[in-house]
Design a protein around this ligand. Structure first.
Ligand code: C2E
Ligand code: MG
Ligand code: MG
Length: 299
């Protein structure tokens, strides 16, 4: 009797918990729909640096600040966006913002060293019939060169439907864009396929970089990925580099690009604009006078 009762209570507890989770995810979905409609999501940029320590590229990462909930992590809403189809609107918004920054702030980004920006693509976006058309339209409207854009795809995404994935990747490459495999080492891509993928770059997952240099597991995997990528004539970016020891180890193994908190967190575009402007005046001291004079004349 007693057991039956507690069993029933447990069922009640689970259904209560499920109900709460469902409500929360519906609430988040509605908010996200609104945020996409009002274009309040933002593409923050995290720098990538060369082995010499120069900024060369950046990755766009979506940021959402909700007036009630504060900052909401992509870990909470990107999967939800994928499940509900909102990822199409989210992805479109990210691409538009990235192209806007590349065209409107080109000079400043160049001053900082950023030659182009990587954009993450989710499965639903990547396999969408309208992907190529949408990308071409945004690029044409903004005047951005395809070489300035890289698309990041995960291994599991491309392994979902290998033939179709190769076809879409070829089209993106034919357009002139770059392609990288994100979080490399965590999925199940076969080496035979890897050779056939028309990609430019592998991004070593942060979980391996984290182990460097003390834990042999991650260090050995990172070393093996770098060697294999170079054999396949692919570039390598290490993700999540937080310490100088990790940086030095990866560079010694031949890793050509690095990304992580050691070099900078994802930042708002205004920070790059300010930095690019400061660098411009540093290199052209005479310009400060003429800009101030212009401002004085217009007042
Ligand atoms: P990801 O593409 O692998 O991005 C790298 C993640 O690692 C980012 O988390 C970044 O902020 C974080 N990170 C970078 N350096 C470090 C570091 O040194 N230490 C640590 N602990 N973390 C570091 P974030 O921004 O929370 O994004 C998480 C994931 O959400 C991304 O992983 C990506 O899969 C997805 N995501 C983010 N933005 C977009 C987007 O615009 N579209 C799509 N489809 N997915 C996105
Ligand atoms: Mg990424
Ligand atoms: Mg990654």
């Amino acid at each position: 009797m007693k057991q039956k009762g507690s069993g029933r209570n447990r069922v009640n507890f689970f259904s209560y918990k499920l109900d709460l989770e469902l409500r929360e995810s519906l609430r988040l979905e509605q908010k996200l729909r609104k945020a996409i409609r009002n274009q309040t999501l933002e593409a923050y940029l995290q720098p990538q640096v060369s082995a010499e320590g120069k900024v060369i590229w950046a990755e766009a990462l979506v940021r959402w600040f909700d007036p009630e909930d504060g900052p909401i992590s992509p870990a909470r809403f990107v999967a939800l966006a994928e499940e509900t189809g909102l990822i199409h609107g989210l992805g479109q918004l990210m691409l538009e913002q990235v192209c806007f920054h590349l065209s409107q702030h080109r000079g400043y980004l160049n001053n900082v060293g950023i030659a182009g920006i990587s954009v993450n693509l989710s499965g639903r976006q990547f396999y969408s019939r309208t992907l190529l058309r949408d990308i071409k339209r945004v690029m044409a409207e903004s005047g951005v060169e395809p070489e300035q854009i890289e698309f990041e795809l995960t291994e599991s995404l491309v392994m979902d439907d290998v033939q179709m994935a190769i076809d879409v990747m070829r089209r993106l490459r034919d357009l002139g864009c770059r392609i990288s495999i994100d979080d490399f080492g965590t999925g199940y891509s076969s080496l035979a396929y890897l050779k056939r993928f028309p990609i430019n770059c592998l991004k070593i997952d942060r979980s391996f970089v984290e182990d460097i240099p003390h834990d042999p597991h991650g260090s050995e995997i990172a070393t093996a990925i770098i060697a294999m990528a170079h054999k396949l004539r692919l570039e390598v970016v290490a993700e999540g580099v937080e310490t100088e020891a990790q940086r030095d180890f990866l560079i010694a193994q031949g890793c050509e690009s690095l990304q992580g908190y050691l070099f900078g967190k994802p930042k708002h575009i205004q920070e790059y604009v300010d930095q690019g402007r400061a660098l411009f005046f540093e290199n052209n001291p005479g310009e400060i006078k003429s800009v101030i004079n212009k401002q004085l004349r217009s007042e």
